[in-house]
Structure formats: C-alpha cells, structure tokens
Design a binder for this molecule. Structure first.
Ligand code: 475
Length: 838
C-alpha cells in the first residue's frame, strides 16, 4: 500500500525520541529525565538505587514497542502456549534485556559518559527469587527460549511478595532472612488492575435445574479473592517477540469484605483483607518435598484459576467459540503444582459456560500436558480429602466424577484387577483418604513427560508404571536445557567473545554451531587463550570470595564446585567425605605432591530440613579447620558461599574447573546446573544419573569423570540388603574420615554435633554414600592427575563446550512445540506504533 506521507511515521522520528531513541545523547538525556521525573531526585541526592531505577526505565521504554506489538499479534487467532508454574526463577532482568535488545554497548557508553559505573548499577538489582531451584529456573529458561523462537507464550504464576529467603551463615548454621525483593520497587513489571479476576473458595455446591430443565451445578463460595495480574516482558534474543510473564497477586474484594460480608464490623473487614492478601505473601521454600499446608493448596488453586479465567476471557474477546479452547491454547503443567487446573477447566466449561461433560472433557484432555520433575516419593503431592473438600467442594465432586468415568475404563481393560484399580484411582484410600495430584494430571493430560531420558524411563517403570501401561501413547521424553543467552553470553562475556571471534555469533541461537570449536581443541594458541580466560574468571570469583568471606583462594588451584539445593540425595556430604580424605592424605604425608584444590559449595536448605542444615554446618566446620591449618596451606581451601541464587550462579558456573554431579543414581531427574557448568568449560565428575548420562554421551566418555553405582545396581543392592556399616569396617581410609568427624575434631570436641549424620550413614545410608565412596575417591584421584596435564585438560574443556549443543533450552522448546504443543513460530512485526510522536 502506498500510504500518504502524512500518515506514515518515519523511523528517524523515533530515533530522536527520548523515550525510545538509541543515540548516546538520547540515552543520556532519557536517563537524566527518568531520574528527575520518575524517581523524583536531583543527581546530587539520588541513591545508587535511584540511578538503577532510572536506567531500568530507560531500558523498559525501549522494549515496550516490541512487547505491545507482540500482545497485539497474539489477538489474531494464533495458538498460545501457557506455561503454568508455581515458580519462575527469572533472575535479574537488566543485563538480560540489554543483551536481548542488542544495546548493551550503547547503554554502557551512555552510562559511563554520565559519570556512572554500569557494573555498580547492575549490582543494585534485586533478583526476583520466585522459585526454589531446578524447576523454577527451568521455567525461566523456557520462557527465554519461547520468546527467542518466536513462539506465542504466556507464563502464568504467582507474584510472591517474599520469594525464597536470603541465606546467611552464622556460626556455621543457615539462618533464613526474609526476601524483601519489592521494597524499593520493581521497574520490570506493569500492574494491570483493570484485568483482575475473582477466585472463589470454600462454601458448597448447589445442584439445580436451569430454565430449560437441564441439570446444573453452581458453586456458592464463602470467600472470594481478587487476582490482580502483574506483567513482566520476556524478550527474545534479537527478535521482535516479547512474551509476557503474568504473575498474580491476591487482594481483597472491597465490596465483598467491606459491605456484604462484614457490615458494621470494620476490624473484621480489615482482617478479611489481610487473610486475602496472605495468599500470595510467601513462596514455600521446600524443594522436592511437600508440606501439605492449606495455604499452599490455596495458592495453587488461586493462580491456576486466575490463569484459566484469563485464557477464557482472551478467547471470548476474539469471538471464537469456547469449544476451540484446546486449539487456541496448549497448557503445560510444570509438575503437579498446577494440576488442579484439570478440575478447574472442567468446572469453568461445564458449570459456568454450560458445555456438556464429554465435550468439556475432550477439550480439557487436549489442552493439558504434564511434566514430572522428580521421582522422590516425598515430593508426590496428595491432599487430604477433608481439607480439599472444605476449600474446593465443587472440584472434589468433579474429581470424583472424572475418577468414576476413568475407573470404568480401567475395569473394562483389567477386569478384577483390584490392585490396578486402587493404584490408578485419583483417590488414595489406603488409610486417610487423599486426592492424588499426579494421577489427576496424568488422566487430564494428553501428554506426560520426564525431563531426561533416564528419568522418563524410570517414570515408566516406577511411579507412573500403571499409567504408562494404560496410556503408553501419552508418554514422551523431553530432556531439559538451559538458555545460552543468560548462561553464557551474559555470565561469561570473555568466553563469548573468544568463541564469537572464532566461529561467529550464530551459536547463540543455534548452539550446535559450537561443534566448530572441536578442531580448535588441537590449536595450542587457542588453548592458551581458553586457559587464560578461565584463569581470569577464576580470579574474579577469588576476589569475590575474598571480599565477602575474607578467605584467600588461589585461582591457580583446581576449582572444584558443587552448587545446588542441599539435599541428601544430591550428596554434598559425599563431597565432604572426599574433602576430608584429601585433607587426611596431606596431613599424613606433608610432602605429598598433590594437585592444589579449592572446594567450593553453595546452596540453600529447606528451613525445616534438619539433615540438610547439618550438612551445611559440617561443610563450614570442615572449612574452618582446613583453612586455618598451616600444614595444608596453599594446597587446599574449602569455601561455602552463602545465598546461592541466580545472580551468584552467573559468577560461579563460569569459574569452575570441575562440576560435581554426584547424586545417587536414579534420584536426580535431570539436573540443569550440570549443563551450565559444562557449557562454561568445566569437566564433570558424576554418576550415571539424570542428564549426566546424556551429557557424557555427547561429550564423550573420555571427557567425563564417571563413578559410582548405576540405577540398577542401586536397586539391586537395596533389594539384597544394603549394610553401610560393612563398607565402613572394610575401608580404612573411609573409617578414618568418619571417625575424625565423630571424634569432634571439626566441632571443638563436640562429639554429638554430627552424630545424626554419621549414624544415618552407618546404619541407614539411604543414598548409598558409603557404597560409592571408594569409586568416588578413585575418580577424584584421576581428576587430580588429569589436571596436571594442563594442555590435555584444556582440550577436554574445549571439547565439552563444543559438544553441548544438545543442552540448549531452544532444543527442548522445539521438542515441546513439535511433540506436545503443536505450535508454530509467529514472528512479530512492529506495526502498530505508539500514538503521540510515533
Ligand atoms: C529436579 N521441585 C532436577 C529440575 O526439571 C531437574 C518439588 C515440589 C515442591 C517444590 N519444588 C519442587 C522440584 O521437584 C525440582 O526442582 N525438581 C528438579 O527439576 C528441572 O533438573 O533434577 O530435581
């Protein structure tokens, strides 16, 4: 079309616009403007945080065009992926947005010419800690890839006022500090109070016949809460797409609380407001264990109901029939936390929109897909029927109905198999009655996936065996991945520069391109540069450790790092057994020619998980002895870095030589830290567990330090009767290590302190540390030997990176898109411009 000139706005106008222009002058004046007009400060009185906020708004202005156009584009009948997750651990936003917009260098120049330090402003940002660990961080990587691949998507979750606690270490013990991430404001979110929805709780259901004589049910709640959406843009890497992360905050409904419900009772009404707002106050800090708290079920239902109502509203606003819901939306359940969505969508369709049951069920099943993230039995969600029925009476009826229809099919297929029937039932009736959320998710979804090949196979053989036999066609594997934008470009700029110099920058969105580095592994000068970069990056971490903890570590020593949640199955204490073995060897032979090591740990323990907290205490206690022992000085150091989070991960992964992935085989569903380390050039010491198996397959067995029992051997040994005490008795070095801990050597003579840990190892050892000890120690010795041949180590490091292409979250998302969601990319055009100047 040949539009008249008056109506078409030229890009030049935008370039000069303070709100969006990209010249250094424009950026500088935007920064100054925002400081004055938004933060309300003169440069002389502004705090660092004011400057950070002014900068963040400067960047936000420059992404709104993409964001609003993306939202517009999705109004036009495209299939949208809705990723439902109780956790999104997105990490700091500023640098990621600069990189994805491609304006990092310009902003740096503008900031520095304004007399400020970009690095200092970057460090002001509070990361949104809206997740515990793996599952929440995976959701964040997936949002990044969805946008980068231009796939229409919305992330739905909860806007916790307090995210995962900040961890401090006092006297070796973890202390939890409230995470007040919102206290100075969050420049990356936009509240949309006008798009609120209402969520009901409690009360009863009423069965009746409508005006046409049809049997209907309505829910008469005894409480209604308002859900207010807060939107955060998720930019793709150098594309126009900016998808939305929509997090819901609970608020009181004034009319409900203040008038109808509590007439004349002002204090009661204020109480009701507090109760409503409590719903989204705090993230439950438990990783892979359920607590069964009523508030947690309320949170789950709250955000899932908000999300589904939002989707229905979106669909109806386009005048498309609700009966096409499953063609418009693919809804992914990130573990069972949002599984109540199956019953909620049925309720919305059947009760509120009067679609008949069979049609509604077809829509529901074709909408949902379910990802399982853990095999640990203590993480399997189940809710006592009494609690469930009190909170969600109508959903319980719907679940009974789904169950009855499902079990009728089971009876047809397996007549007289009562065991099958009771295992497949959505209701656990073995004692106190429970609703089983995994069963609900399996029955209500068309696809079920594990997060690594081994994990999916184990799901099919163990926890979901009966479901696999009943619906084999629903099962698929999608191995996890991580985003190379945050976990390489952002966190490892030196290596990014070197790689890009050699092979171009296509690898950032096509990670398989890293293969081109393989031949460079034989190039001595390239190896030299590679080593140099690792050295500098280790130097940065050493400086951080010195500044924060006053511990001096040698960047030339081997950096041996384990960072992840503290959990017995992840076996940080096996790592400690090696640390003490290493120490004992040095003590017994002062002249031992040992490869110097720095042992680095980090991770949070669930506040109620005593054994995990005791493991932290043990690490710190061992560190205190070792670091102050002149006999081992310069040859070993032990460091526990407090408050491991995304921001710290960005410093730590790139600085590792050795990545510890040492879970008991069969327990770690996938792991994603393993991928972040290897992508940044660390070699892995690990068991055949989770994605370690696939990493080893990709990088080559000769470039991976494997040890320990296999899953089958673990099961076999358990079945034959595992006796950890025998390993202790028969292994002098192991015995010496355990006895040293028991003697009080690391605890100022207190022989009781670590007794629970030691007794557990000697008499139970559910995670088989003692069975794997010798193999681990021997393999660590191989690591030490290998590190001495620096050329070959560097070769292995380069080959690891070169072969990590598979573990990009872009690959994972492509698989979900093809196998499960059936969605296509929808590129966004920056068509609609802002009124007023554009
Ligand atoms: C696995 N969290 C990793 C990662 O797939 C895997 C469970 C219940 C309540 C609260 N949090 C949880 C998890 O189950 C979890 O984080 N699982 C992890 O998911 C992503 O890489 O192996 O342990």
């Amino acid at each position: 079309m040949n539009a008249p000139l008056e109506d078409s706005l030229t890009p030049q106008i935008r370039v000069e616009d303070d709100r969006t222009g990209l010249s250094i002058t424009t950026l500088r004046s935007a920064l100054a403007d925002n400081l004055f007009y938004i933060q309300g400060k003169f440069p002389g009185t502004a705090t660092k945080n004011d400057y950070y906020m002014a900068l963040a708004y400067t960047v936000r202005d420059r992404l709104l065009q993409r964001w609003l156009n993306t939202t517009q584009t999705y109004r036009k009948n495209v299939k949208v992926v809705c990723y439902l997750s109780a956790e999104f651990l997105i990490g700091p936003q500023l640098v990621n947005n600069l990189i994805n917009l491609g304006i990092y260098a310009k902003i740096r120049q503008a900031v520095e010419e304004s007399g400020l330090s970009l690095q200092e402003l970057i460090e002001q940002e509070e990361e949104p800690g809206l997740g515990n660990g793996g599952l929440g961080r995976l959701a964040a990587c997936y949002l990044d890839s969805l946008s980068t691949l231009e796939i229409p998507a919305i992330g739905y979750g909860i806007r916790y006022e307090f995210g995962i606690f900040d961890q401090e270490i006092r006297d070796g013990w973890q202390v939890e500090i409230t995470d007040k991430w919102l206290q100075y404001g969050n420049p990356w979110e936009i509240a949309r109070p006008e798009e609120y929805v209402e969520v009901k709780f409690g009360g009863r259901s009423e069965h009746y016949y409508d005006e046409k004589g049809n049997y209907r049910v309505r829910w008469i709640p005894d409480r209604v809460v308002k859900g207010v959406p807060y939107d955060t843009p998720i930019l793709g890497y150098q594309v126009n797409t900016a998808n939305t992360l929509r997090l819901w905050k609970a608020e009181a409904i004034e009319s409900f609380d203040f008038q109808a419900f509590n007439i004349g009772d002002y204090y009661g009404a204020v109480d009701a407001k507090i109760v409503s707002e409590n719903l989204t106050k705090i993230l439950y800090p438990n990783d892979e264990v359920i607590q069964g708290k009523e508030l947690r079920l309320q949170q789950q239902y709250f955000f899932v109901s908000c999300a589904l109502q939002d989707m229905i509203r979106l669909l109806l606003s386009t005048e498309v029939s609700l009966e096409t819901f499953h063609q418009q939306f693919a809804v992914q359940l990130n573990d069972t936390h949002p599984a109540i969505g199956v019953a909620e969508l049925m309720r919305l369709l059947v009760d509120e929109h009067r679609i008949d049951w069979d049609k509604a069920w077809h829509i529901t099943q074709n909408t949902f897909a379910f990802t399982n993230h853990t095999l640990l039995p203590e993480a399997l969600e189940k809710w006592p029927i009494e609690l469930f029925g009190r909170l969600l009476p109508r959903h319980l009826e719907i679940i009974y109905e789904i169950n009855q229809r499902f079990l009728d099919r089971v009876r047809m297929k397996y007549p007289r198999d009562l065991g099958k029937l009771s295992r497949l039932s959505l209701i656990d009736e073995s004692g106190e009655r429970y609703v089983r959320m995994a069963n609900l998710a399996c029955v209500g979804s068309h696809a079920i996936n594990g997060v690594a090949e081994l994990h999916t196979e184990l799901l099919k053989k163990t926890v979901l065996k009966d479901f696999y036999e009943f619906f084999p066609e629903k099962f698929a594997n999608v191995t996890n991945g991580v985003t190379p934008r945050r976990w390489m470009v952002l966190s490892n700029p030196r290596l990014t520069r070197l790689i890009t110099e050699k092979i171009g920058d296509r690898w950032i969105t096509h990670l398989d391109d890293l293969r081109k580095l393989e031949t460079l592994a034989d190039d001595a000068s390239f190896r030299q540069q590679w080593r140099q970069i690792k050295q500098e990056t280790k130097g940065d971490l050493a400086a951080y450790i010195r500044k924060k903890l006053d511990i001096i570590v040698d960047p030339k020593s081997l950096f041996d790092i384990q960072v992840k949640r503290i959990h017995e199955y992840k076996r940080q204490h096996l790592n400690v057994l090696h640390v003490i073995t290493f120490y004992n060897r040095l003590k017994h032979d002062r002249d031992l020619d040992i490869t110097p090591r720095t042992f680095i740990f980090g991770g949070k323990a669930a506040p109620g998980y005593f054994m995990a907290k005791l493991i932290i205490k043990l690490i710190v206690s061992v560190a205190n002895i070792v670091n102050n022992d002149p006999d081992v000085r310069d040859r070993m150091k032990v460091v526990f870095i407090p408050d491991f989070n995304v921001t710290l991960g960005q410093r730590i992964y790139p600085a590792a030589d050795l990545s510890e992935q040492i879970s008991t085989a069969g327990k770690e569903a996938s792991g994603t830290g393993n991928m972040k380390f290897a992508l940044n050039g660390a070699l892995t010491i690990g068991t055949l567990d989770g994605a370690n198996v696939e990493i080893r397959e990709e990088v080559g067995a000769e470039n991976f330090f494997l040890f320990g029992l296999t899953t089958e051997e673990v099961y076999g040994l358990k079945a034959r009767g595992y006796r950890p005490f025998d390993y202790y008795n028969q292994n002098a070095e192991l015995k010496a290590v355990i006895d040293l801990i028991s003697s009080g050597f690391f605890s100022h003579g207190d022989v009781d302190l670590f007794k629970p840990l030691i007794d557990n190892l000697l008499y139970r050892d559910d995670y088989m540390l003692l069975a794997d000890y010798q193999s681990y120690i021997d393999t660590q010795e191989k690591v030490s030997q290998a590190y001495r041949d620096r050329e070959n180590w560097t070769r292995m490091s380069i080959l690891n990176v070169a072969r990590m292409g598979k573990f990009s979250s872009d690959r994972s998302i492509r698989e979900y898109a093809q196998k499960i969601w059936k969605v296509e990319p929808v590129p966004v055009e920056l068509l609609q411009l802002c009124p007023g100047g554009q």
